[in-house]
Design a protein around this ligand. Structure first.
Ligand code: HAM
Length: 430
């Protein structure tokens, strides 16, 4: 029978790759905890309107990329294409703004779905880790999330990450800019792609995201947002840039950066990194400030700022740059029972090692030669082998073999954990 394959644009994560995802996600979580963010888990399924209203009708995500379908009860549901709008729905519905200190600081991690053309670094189901800081408009909140994102990337060992940053200004700045774009593009739009024609009607700002090469020269000559920013927004942006300089976070102002989601206002940013092999997986993370998203979802007028990382892209650059070599999962002890009757004894020893000693322990249950068992211990990166046979059963003892030093001793099971503790300490000191 023909085998069934995974869905186009999805991928299986297993073995060392799964270890890499665990490592990256837990590092992101623990650093976010240091910045006093708390975990949150919104559902994968939301009503379609969360994203139509939240991410915006003119965004490519809503126009072309959402997995939307009616359920058996006729509800219009969407597999989340991003987290921010769903997090805001959660905050509004559960009135977190009324019961928590502001800003509410949340982090999240999980799969998101976008119907995009699969290519390098681009999947239809991928994983994001991100944070949102909601309810306080001080520019220092923007600074805090940028510093957090940058710290995470540095802690993963990525050096030379480019932080591209820009300001979209407040609502009046964007209205003025939109009008200027409308005027500029009105004389060119007839020669531009079909997508741009509908973007022109819905939101001319989105034309700036167009990737069609023939359209690029026209777009490159379009007015720049910097000329339409209000004095207040300019001051806000300058405060942020000054703080980044003091905190030694290098940045590049990119006046063309407008981001593809409609909820952004004021600060927007992206993190770019080319792996040492030269592979460019696209932005490895991105985010920004949003002023009106909570209101769009029926809540009070509270702003927020956040970012999301693309875990697939980050794991790819870490792999390319050989920054995952040290995370190989190791077994502390590999137990080798010699003969059928030693299997039960091995189980008893494993209970002592796991529950009493806290040692990560595996047992070889296959009837195989001792040499093969040592090969398996090496494959599992085990530090010690514990060998048990008839002699050990009769004397309530075990043989411990240090696999690096190739030295072995016999100890009674009462002394086993203490002796292993000692040997582990010796190994750590060397
Ligand atoms: P985004 O730029 O759409 O922003 O996505 C964030 C990150 O997800 C990207 O920088 C990229 O690393 C990754 N990503 C996006 N699409 C794909 C894909 N098809 N395959 C693999 N990785 C992908 C957001 O989602 C906003 N919610 C970020 C944010 C949070 N803004 C404020 N708070």
């Amino acid at each position: 029978m023909e085998i069934i394959k995974n869905v186009k644009g999805t991928h299986d994560i297993f073995a060392e790759e799964n270890d890499a995802y665990d490592y990256v996600e837990s590092l992101m979580k623990s650093i976010s905890e240091l910045y006093a963010f708390n975990g949150v888990r919104p559902p994968v399924l939301e009503y379609n309107s969360v994203f139509v209203r939240g991410v915006g009708e003119s965004s490519d995500i809503v126009r072309k990329e959402m997995y939307t379908f009616p359920d058996k009860g006729g509800r219009d549901l969407t597999l989340r294409p991003e987290f921010t709008a769903g997090i805001m729905r959660l905050v509004v519905q559960n009135k977190l703004y009324a019961t928590s200190e502001l800003p509410i600081k949340l982090y999240y991690c999980g799969p998101v779905f976008r119907y995009e053309r699969p290519q390098l670094g681009r999947y239809r189901q991928f994983n994001q880790f991100g944070v949102e800081s909601i309810g306080n408009n001080a520019p220092m909140n923007d600074v805090e999330v940028i510093v957090l994102a940058y710290t995470i990337l540095s802690s993963l060992g990525l050096e030379g990450v480019t932080l591209k940053i820009n300001t979209l200004g407040d609502e009046s700045s964007r209205d003025n800019y939109r009008n200027a774009l409308k005027k500029y593009f009105s004389s060119h739009i007839g020669n531009m792609c079909e997508d741009c024609k509908s973007r022109f009607e819905l939101n001319p700002l989105r034309i700036l995201d167009c990737k069609v090469p023939e359209d690029r020269p026209i777009i490159d000559h379009a007015p720049k947002i910097g000329d339409y920013i209000s004095i207040e927004s300019k001051q806000r942006f300058d405060t942020i840039l000054e703080a980044l300089e003091v905190l030694q976070i290098p940045y590049e102002i990119d006046e063309g950066l407008v981001r593809g989601l409609d909820y952004y206002s004021e600060t927007v940013f992206e993190f770019h990194y080319k792996s040492k092999k030269g592979a460019d997986y696209g932005a490895i993370g991105a985010g920004g400030h949003y002023g009106k998203l909570m209101q769009e979802l029926g809540g009070p007028e509270l702003p927020g700022v956040g970012f999301s990382f693309g875990i697939e892209r980050i794991v790819s650059v870490l792999k390319d740059d050989e920054l995952l070599e040290d995370i190989k999962k190791k077994v502390d002890v590999y137990i080798m029972p010699l003969g059928e009757e030693a299997n039960l004894y091995a189980q008893e020893i494993a209970v002592i090692l796991r529950n009493g000693g806290g040692y990560k322990t595996d047992i070889c249950f296959d009837k195989t030669k001792l040499g093969n068992m040592f090969k398996r211990a090496t494959n599992k990166n085990a530090k010690f082998a514990v060998i048990v046979g008839e002699e050990e059963i009769n004397t309530d003892s075990v043989i411990i073999k240090d696999l690096a030093k190739q030295e072995q001793i016999t100890v009674s099971i009462d002394e086993l954990v203490n002796k292993l503790d000692e040997l582990m300490d010796e190994g750590d000191e060397e």
